[in-house]
Write a protein that binds this ligand. Structure first.
Ligand code: SF4
Length: 352
């Protein structure tokens, strides 16, 4: 895997987004920002699952007016999502959010964008500079005929110049498309042309099964290139699900070090136990271990030592008895009904 692309460091509340920090996981509340209790409750659920920063929609002044209280009651940086009305951005900044997301192309012209940047500068607020088909400028539609990667990147680079001209550098860049090849191409192009941190996402990815795959393909391809500093998985689902998928993508690329990775065999005709049940139980019980250990769960001991060689721990079911592996070597045979409990006791003794 390529090394992370070197970026500037952008300060978002108490977090740093950029190549010197881990890739940050973010999500967006699905409840109304007008309902403070519902937002705070959902942010807590996202925090428990491992979310690093959270965004809320700010469609009106009632929502904007709640931001200070929401910020006070949560433990992670708060991002205000603003479209069309620059006054909402000014209010969000005044309320003390850590970052605002704007698509400068739909906020009412350069003068208003500059006004927002001045306020952000004064309050130390970070900005996400977003570009998508909906915010693409008229002249770029005319030039390219459609929101192609070339058009979206040109729009982003034009806005980056304007931000820089106004001495504003505390921002990340996002170029959104629901098309995976175009998303990857756009980010690769913009990554070559600037050194700002990049917010990755495949927008409107869909229901969890397809949306997770689509996101993993697009975001995974970029992360393998070393591109990407914060990710959001857009799923048509409870946002907690987005965090689970984000963690899995990062984990599969060795970019997440706060929990174990469970590798399980696909099962075959040799299986003698209920492997799916056993894997689910182990996966759940391992959640309390906040380390990136590798655990292999196998249906039978036939290939156990070989398949568990790369893992820190391994467990293999069998007829009546199962084996526990440590670094590829069998260290214990245990009665099947006590196998999972004994395995977890040994893992916890050493790793917890
Ligand atoms: Fe089959 Fe055993 Fe391999 Fe699982 S570990 S796939 S049950 S041979």
């Amino acid at each position: 895997m390529n090394k992370r692309r070197k970026t500037r460091q952008v300060k978002i509340g108490g977090l740093i987004c950029g190549s010197d920090s881990p890739v940050l996981i973010q999500s967006m509340c699905s409840v109304r920002t007008e309902d403070i209790e519902a937002v705070v409750k959902q942010v807590k659920e996202l925090e428990d699952e491992g979310c690093d920063l959270v965004r809320v929609a700010v469609p009106n002044f009632e929502a904007a007016g709640n931001l200070a209280e929401i910020r006070r009651r949560i433990n992670m940086p708060l991002v205000a999502d603003i479209h069309f009305d620059f006054r909402l951005a000014l209010e969000a900044i005044k309320q003390g959010v850590d970052k605002i997301r704007i698509n400068p192309g739909n906020i009412g012209g350069e003068a208003r964008v500059v006004e927002v940047l001045e306020a952000a500068k004064k309050h130390g607020t970070a900005v996400r500079l977003g570009v998508n088909s909906g915010s693409l400028e008229h002249h770029l539609w005319k030039k390219y005929g459609r929101p192609s990667p070339e058009a979206l990147v040109e729009s982003a680079l034009d806005w980056i110049k304007i931000f820089e001209k106004n001495d504003f550098n505390n921002f990340v860049v996002a170029i959104k498309s629901s098309d995976v090849p175009e998303t990857v191409e756009s980010y690769r192009r913009v990554a070559e042309k600037c050194d700002y941190p990049l917010h990755l996402g495949v927008t409107e990815a869909g229901l969890p099964a397809y949306g997770s795959v689509k996101s993993a393909v697009g975001i995974g391809a970029l992360l393998l290139d070393g591109i990407g500093d914060t990710i959001r998985i857009s799923l048509t689902a409870d946002p907690v699900e987005e965090i689970r998928v984000a963690k899995s993508i990062l984990k599969s690329l060795h970019l997440y070090n706060k929990e174990p990775e469970v590798i399980a065999c696909p099962t075959c005709g040799r299986i003698e136990i209920d492997l799916i049940k056993m894997t689910r139980e182990i996966d759940e019980r391992l959640k309390k271990i906040k380390k990136p250990i590798k655990v292999t769960v196998l249906g039978c001991p036939v290939n156990g030592p070989g398949e568990a060689r790369e893992a820190d721990w391994g467990i293999a079911g069998g007829r009546g008895k199962g084996a526990i592996f440590r670094k590829g070597k069998v260290v214990k045979w245990v009665e099947e009904d006590k196998l999972v409990d004994e395995f977890m006791r040994m893992v916890e003794d050493e790793e917890a």
